[in-house]
Design a protein around this ligand. Structure first.
Ligand code: CP3
Length: 337
C-alpha cells in the first residue's frame, strides 16, 4: 500500500474496502449493541480499536481505516450530531449566526479519542499493514451541517452557497481549519496515510467544483504537508468524473479514489501517469457475487494493476453484503483462490 502511494506499482495490488468495519460483520454488530449510540462507539478508543481491527483479522486486508465518522468534525466544532437508527445522521441545521459563532479552539481536545484510537490501532496492527486516517472534505461535511441530515441533492447547502456566499465561505474556512487539525493529529498519532472523503463533490457545477471541492482540498493538503512533510494523502471526490484529472493536478494528492462509474481506460491513460488510483468495484457487484463479481475483479486488475493501483470499492460496502463474497474478493485479488 505505501509503495503504491510512494509512486510504485504492485501486482497483486494492495486491497482494502471503504466502510470495511461495519454492519455486514456479526462481530461489529455485537460490539455496536454494547453501546447506546454510534457516536459512543467512535468516542471509545478501546472499542473503536477493536472494530477497526476486526476486518483485518477476518479477511487479511492490506490496510486498516480508523473507525470514526466524517461527522466527528462538526461534533468537534461543538455542533450537535446524532445518528438515528435506520435513518442516518441528524445535526442541528447551521445558519448564519451559527457559522459566525464556530470556534476551532476546542477541536484538538474534542478529537483526543480519535487520536488515541489511531495510536492504539498502530500498536497492534502488523507493521506490513498501512493505517489510514481520514476526514470528510469541507464541502461534503458542510452539506450535512446546513441541511441537518442527508438529502438527495444537497440543495440546502447549494442554496446557502449561492445566496450567502461570504457566510458559506466562512463555514468552509472553519472546516478547513478543523480538518487540518484532525489530519495532522491522526498522522502524528501514527496514521501512515489519510483520505479526504468528498462524497458530494459530483453534485457541484464546474465553477463551484473548483471553489468548494478543489480549493479547500488544496489548502488542507498544503497545511498538512507543511506540518508533516511528505504526508501521504488520498482524495476521493465522488462523482467528479472527467474532472478527476483537474482535481489530481491542482490538489497534488498522492492517490485519487474512483467511484464505479469511472471508465478504466480513462483512469489508466489520464490519471495513472500522474497519480495512484484507488477503486472502483461497484458495491452492488460485490453484493451480487457469482461470475459477475469474478469478471469485474479480473477486469479491474487487467485494466489498472499495470500501474499505480489500490484495489477498493467505488463507494462504501453495503450492509447486506455476504461475508463469503468479501472472502472471495480478497482471495482472488491476492491470487490465493
Ligand atoms: O470505512 C470505515 O470502515 C471507517 C469508518 C467510516 C464510517 N463512516 C463509519 C460509519 C467512514 C470512513 C465513514 C465515512 C462517512 N460517514 C462518509 C463518507 C463516505 C460515504 O459513505 O460517502 C459519510 C457521508 C458519512 C456520514 C454518515 N455516517 C452517514 C450518512 C451515515 C448513515 C448511513 C449509514 O450507513 O448508516 C453514517 C453512519 C455510519 N458511519 C455507520 C458506520 C459504520 C453506520 C452506523 C452504525 O453502525 O450504527
Amino acid at each position: 500500500m505505501m509503495a503504491v502511494l510512494d509512486g510504485g506499482a504492485a501486482n497483486p495490488p494492495p486491497i482494502w474496502l471503504m466502510r470495511q468495519a461495519g454492519r455486514y460483520l456479526p462481530e461489529y454488530r455485537a460490539i455496536r449493541s454494547k453501546v447506546p449510540s454510534f457516536l459512543d462507539l467512535c468516542l471509545d478508543p478501546d472499542l473503536a480499536t477493536e472494530v477497526t481491527l476486526q476486518p483485518i483479522r477476518r479477511f487479511g486486508f492490506d490496510a486498516a481505516i480508523v473507525f470514526s465518522d466524517i461527522l466527528m468534525t462538526p461534533f468537534a466544532l461543538g455542533r450537535s450530531v446524532r445518528f438515528v437508527e435506520g435513518e442516518g445522521p441528524r445535526l442541528d441545521p447551521i445558519d448564519e449566526p451559527g457559522i459566525a459563532g464556530l470556534a476551532v479552539d476546542r477541536v484538538e481536545t474534542a478529537l483526543a479519542p480519535l487520536f488515541a484510537t489511531v495510536s492504539k490501532v498502530r500498536e497492534s496492527l502488523d507493521p506490513d499493514k498501512a493505517l489510514i486516517g481520514f476526514c470528510g472534505a469541507p464541502w461534503t461535511v458542510a452539506t450535512y451541517m446546513v441541511a441537518g441530515r442527508g438529502t438527495p441533492d444537497q440543495a440546502p447547502a447549494r442554496t446557502l452557497a449561492a445566496r450567502k456566499t461570504a457566510s458559506f465561505q466562512r463555514l468552509i474556512d472553519r472546516l478547513v481549519d478543523a480538518s487540518v487539525t484532525s489530519l495532522i493529529g491522526q498522522l502524528h498519532a501514527g496514521a501512515d496515510a489519510v483520505q479526504i472523503f468528498d462524497s458530494w463533490a459530483g453534485i457541484l457545477n464546474e465553477r463551484d467544483f473548483g471553489r468548494w471541492s478543489i480549493g479547500p482540498t488544496v489548502e488542507i493538503v498544503r497545511r498538512v504537508r507543511e506540518a508533516v512533510p511528505g504526508a501521504r494523502i488520498i482524495g476521493f471526490p465522488k462523482g467528479a468524473g472527467l474532472r478527476l484529472e483537474r482535481y489530481a493536478r491542482e490538489t497534488g494528492v498522492d492517490a485519487v479514489g474512483l467511484d464505479w462509474t469511472v471508465p478504466l481506460d480513462y483512469a489508466r491513460e489520464r490519471l495513472q501517469p500522474h497519480v495512484a488510483v484507488q477503486g472502483n468495484l461497484d458495491p452492488i457487484v460485490l453484493l451480487a457475487g457469482g461470475d459477475g463479481l469474478d469478471r469485474a475483479i479480473d477486469g479491474l486488475i487487467e485494466g489498472l494493476a499495470g500501474g499505480r493501483f489500490i484495489f477498493n470499492l467505488g463507494h462504501g460496502i453495503l450492509p447486506e453484503t455476504p461475508i463469503a463474497h468479501v472472502e472471495r474478493l480478497v482471495g482472488r485479488v491476492h491470487g490465493t483462490s
